[in-house]
Design a protein around this ligand. Structure first.
Ligand code: CMP
Length: 140
């Protein structure tokens, strides 16, 4: 996967609060093409695997419990400079610090339940997209 791809999840609270459509609309308006998309639910084991990089952090248990608490949207997005531009579109990890109009400023409820995930590097975008989708389910 080149630098024109990123991976996102719409997290359980945002799905439960009915924000799927609004968030996907922001993603489209931001110039991203959705090349893979599904509504799914992570087991605690899969959520732990996805966030294994945070295993030593104090919030890891809470993060795994939350991310496996209900359905999520997983998606692969295509745009030039996708990783960086998507992180700008979603705003800071803590919604209290997220710029006005960003997805997290609009739809997140707390740092833990921060509406969306966005890959932090091209390398992780590839790993995360392949974690959720097989090649035949990505229309790049
Ligand atoms: P995300 O972009 O999905 O990547 C890791 C997640 O860990 C992050 O969003 C937050 O939801 C969560 N996280 C980061 N810091 C904290 C924290 N201090 N307390 C709870 N959750 C956190």
């Amino acid at each position: 996967m080149a630098s024109n791809m990123t991976f996102t999840m719409i997290k359980p609270t945002a799905v439960k609060n009915g924000h799927i459509g609004a968030i996907l609309n922001k993603i489209n308006e931001g110039g991203f093409k959705i090349v893979a998309l599904k509504l799914t639910k992570l087991s605690a084991e899969k959520a732990g695997e996805f966030y294994a990089v945070h295993k030593e952090r104090p919030f890891y248990g809470e993060l795994v419990e939350f991310m496996s608490s209900g359905p999520i949207i997983a998606a692969v997005l295509q745009k030039d400079n996708a990783v960086e531009d998507f992180r700008t579109l979603i705003g800071a990890t803590n919604p209290a610090d997220a710029a006005e109009g960003t997805i997290r400023a609009l739809y997140a409820t707390s740092i833990g339940e921060n509406a969306v995930h966005g890959s932090d590097s091209d390398e992780n975008a590839l790993i995360e997209a392949n974690f959720h989708f097989s090649g035949t389910d990505m229309f790049v």
